[in-house]
Design a protein around this ligand. Structure first.
Ligand SMILES: Cc1ncc(COP(=O)(O)O)c(C=O)c1O
Length: 397
């Protein structure tokens, strides 16, 4: 458990908390000083000695990026690739799956909006069959029994599951689904964009072939940077993304190329080294604090937020699931979410809005056209949640 001294220390290392109550960590968390310093130090070095020279100077710390991420996910550095964003990582993984006409892609109703758009595009371009597993209406979350039946029936080429959706507090049981995929040998792609930095991730336990995430959310890293895990099975099967370059492949003969034999085949040569060092610093901090401690505190604060909001007259908390994480969503009938967000921001409280077209299945089922989203991190305080509740009370009235 994180004690009060540690929380105070972590707050002191977070410049943003002095000025505001940041409850938009599912959007982008406040960067700690360690991350900011890693980025600015490298940018200053680039400005002083040149970009290529700075990369050569920082070769060792840059090479450690893959090792640190490997430790974080319980894998090896050869299985890690840098990416420009979670979606960049995700789409590269998706582009490497050897779909043929009629192949099945199985997903859930709560998968991320951009993932659903990419699936629909694949359906149009590659004539795959898109199967969306139903929700367990009593517990919330994907119906695991139905998922098992669909996997057995369709033997999908790919099963794609978002661990923590952008639009609800739900945590999907990605480990149970991983065991199902293993039985039929489907490729398994997990979107861990909201779970990376929020709870422990172990790719061995999840049994996934790909896992994509960003640094800017619960990992507290910079914007414009993400990563991809690629399993040995996927590497050995020769899966490769569209398109390659001189870093991800070698031009061996005039009419031949070879992909590199690590997950670096999912990277491109040009990368923002300052952000890579910032991302590494963010992961090092998360591991130093301890992911189980982070998970415990985030869930405690989110649970407290749900309880307090649930007691506010007119507020409907929307989260449903066998296990809930650090994202709290709620609806207030008859109110304008943009106005509420603006009024909260005027009181130095940050939250965000989930739009209808980011969560079609979920919001249609819940009968709402928007949700306000509050996402505390370990550096938030229960007093800050109280201030949010107090402010909301005034705004709704
Ligand atoms: C669950 C989930 N997946 C993917 C993404 C996309 O991340 P990025 O904007 O880094 O591509 C988000 C962003 O909010 C998300 O919440």
């Amino acid at each position: 458990m994180l004690d009060q001294n540690r929380i105070q220390q972590l707050r002191q290392e977070t410049p943003g908390v002095a000025e505001l109550i940041h409850l938009n960590n599912a959007g982008a968390a406040l960067m700690p000083q360690q991350v900011l310093k890693a980025i600015t130090d490298h940018l200053e070095l680039e400005a002083r000695i040149g970009g290529y020279e700075a990369a050569a100077d920082q070769m060792r710390p840059l090479a450690r990026f893959h090792m640190v991420l490997a430790d974080f996910l319980n894998t090896r550095s050869r299985n890690i690739a840098y990416s420009g964003s979670a979606t960049d990582a995700y789409n590269k993984a998706l582009s490497s799956i050897p779909f043929e006409e009629g192949d099945v892609l199985l997903t859930t109703q709560d998968d991320y909006v951009s993932n659903h758009i990419a699936f629909l595009q694949l359906q149009r371009l590659k004539k795959i069959e898109l199967v969306v597993a139903p929700i367990d209406t009593s517990a919330g979350g994907v119906d695991l029994t139905a998922m098992q039946q669909l996997i057995k029936k369709h033997q999908p080429t790919l099963v794609a599951v978002t661990h923590i959706p952008t639009n609800s507090g739900l945590i999907q049981d990605v480990e149970a689904i991983g065991r199902m995929c293993k039985e039929v040998d489907s490729w398994y792609l997990v979107d861990a964009c909201q779970s990376a930095g929020q709870l422990p991730l172990d790719v061995e336990k999840i049994h996934c072939d790909f896992l994509s995430a960003t640094f800017r959310k619960f990992l507290r890293g910079p914007r414009g940077a993400g990563f991809l895990y690629v399993s040995d099975k996927a590497l050995q099967a020769g899966l490769e993304p569209i398109y390659l370059d001189l870093h991800s492949a070698r031009w061996t003969k005039e009419r031949e190329y070879e992909v590199v034999n690590s997950a670096k085949r999912f990277e491109l040569w040009e990368r923002p080294h300052a952000l890579i060092l910032g991302g590494k610093a963010a992961v090092e901090l998360a591991m130093d604090i301890g992911m189980p401690h982070i998970q415990e505190r985030v869930q405690m604060l989110a649970h407290h937020t749900r309880e307090r909001l649930g007691k506010l007259s007119g507020v409907r908390v929307l989260d449903q699931g066998p296990e809930l994480g650090g994202i709290v969503t709620f609806h207030i009938p008859g109110q304008d979410p943009k106005l509420i967000k603006k009024q909260l921001q005027e009181q130095q409280i940050n939250c965000s809005i989930v739009a209808y077209d980011s969560a079609l299945y979920d919001f249609n089922r819940k009968g709402v056209k928007w949700a306000l989203r509050v996402s505390p991190h370990y550096y938030n305080l229960e007093e800050e949640v109280e201030k949010l509740v107090h402010s909301l009370k005034g705004i709704i009235r």
